[in-house]
Design a protein around this ligand. Sequence first.
Ligand code: THU
Length: 161
Amino acid sequence: MKKKEFSISYESYADITELSEADSLLFTQARVATQMAYAPYSDFKVGAAALMENGELVSGSNQENASYPAGICAERVLLSTASSIYPGKAIKTMAISYIGKGKKSTRPVAPCGICRQSLMEFEQRFKQPIRLILGGMQGEIYIFNTIKSLLPLEFSGEDLK
Ligand code: THU
């Protein structure tokens, strides 16, 4: 028997004022995108913004449905939009923020499992890491240098061959 382990490293910033100008702009777009969410059932609005390799910005927000499973997370709305408007273009950095009704938005929340899977495929498809900026409306912000950090032992197209 061998013991194996993964280690994940990421950066923590006290708040948006510590980010570079480019990251601060993108993260602000994610906060703005939360306002585009359609989330009447959960009252939990998520916004995502991405900087593409061609310099374009794309954003997305969660879109819910009375048939709950038909709703789509902000991250996957963004990925579908990016891949439809700029097919063949990689995402360099994605920022995600949120606001919950009556709840504090002072700490980062991470993408759900399905979104991690979709983000991972996007990363692998373009063979370049996607940086991820996570934070609420205020407070601490995390930066991950690759989606792989959030999904070790991922299932991918390679496994189907
Ligand atoms: N949600 C996202 O948009 N992204 C995530 O990664 C987690 C959850 C949305 C889905 C649903 O509309 C609401 O947040 C509550 O789960």
